[in-house]
Design a protein around this ligand. Structure first.
Ligand code: CU
Length: 292
């Protein structure tokens, strides 16, 4: 009996050891063209560019190489996060040729995805490295000449929201992006205080209260109708002599024509007013980027 137990235990232990994936160096990738490389083990490079100069670059200004780690353990520095890169900010000179060695330290899928690159040479404006499980993959790109801050993140569902987000500045950059762990303020700051906001509980209405509310609404509607009626009558009384003098001696067709013109003018004024209100509202700055 004890022999059986030991055997079972051994089988269980070996299967647990096997569940841990081995570190894989993704070097044997199939080239699909257009800078897209893949293998069968979850390794992927998209938007690789080793030799085409972006517009505005006379030459490759510098050749750089970095190693980036992605993993759960790097989130320990940022309370409330779950995943992170080992570095949250990068900076390079314009027209730099950069090789990124991307290492995934976790037993899940991670990416190092850059956005906002010129679409005429990077499909969808993206440069993308991806590794499933522990492993390493490398890719190369050439940066455009303008000062700009690029978003770098992991696009796996909720990984960015849970901390796997960084920024890459070319030249002086173009400001800081929000919610970069340790760099810029969170857009939605978590609240660590111990006060719990009172939930808004709505008491169900009693039958009598419902009836009273119904009567009140009906009365309000009725008074609104009579109010409009009074305003209409007053307007009619004032406008009738004015209009009658205007339409004096006109044929029926002319009267109708004038009435339609007046209506058209009125609609024109209302449309102009709406456009003016919209422009007033939309001219306000929408969202301010957070401070460093
Ligand atoms: Cu990820």
């Amino acid at each position: 009996m004890s022999k059986l137990l030991i055997t079972a235990l051994l089988v269980l232990t070996s299967s647990v050891v096997q569940a841990e994936k081995e570190f894989l160096d993704h070097t044997n990738l199939m080239n699909h063209g257009d800078g897209h490389l893949m293998d069968m083990d979850g390794g992927m490079v998209m938007g690789q560019n080793t030799d085409v100069l972006p517009g505005g670059c006379d030459k490759i200004a510098a050749t750089e190489e970095i190693t980036v780690h992605a993993g759960h353990k790097y989130s320990e520095n940022f309370p409330g996060t779950m995943y992170a890169f080992d570095k949250q900010e990068y900076q390079f000179e314009p027209c730099t040729k950069l090789t990124v060695n991307f290492i995934n330290d976790d037993n899940i899928r991670h990416q190092w995805m850059m956005h906002g690159l010129p679409k005429y040479m990077y499909p969808k404006g993206m440069f993308h490295l991806e590794v499933t499980g522990p492993g390493k993959i490398s890719g190369t790109l050439i940066f455009p000449p303008n000062d700009k801050t690029y978003l770098v993140h992991c696009d796996i569902s909720q990984h960015m929201e849970k901390g796997m987000k960084a920024q890459l500045k070319i030249g002086k950059g173009s400001g800081d992006l929000p919610s970069i762990p340790g760099v810029s303020a969170y857009v939605i700051q978590d609240d660590y205080s111990d006060s719990i906001p009172e939930p808004a509980v709505k008491k169900p209405l009693t039958a009598a209260e419902k009836k009273a509310a119904k009567v009140a609404t009906a009365a309000a509607n009725e008074s609104a109708v009579s109010g409009i009626l009074i305003i209409g009558l007053a307007a009619g009384l004032i406008l009738a002599p004015l209009l009658s003098s205007r339409f004096k001696g006109m044929a029926v067709g002319e009267v109708l024509n004038t009435v339609f013109e007046l209506i058209a003018q009125g609609i024109g004024i209302v449309i102009k007013l709406i456009v003016w209100i919209i422009s007033l509202v939309s001219s306000k700055k929408s969202i301010e980027l957070s401070d460093k």
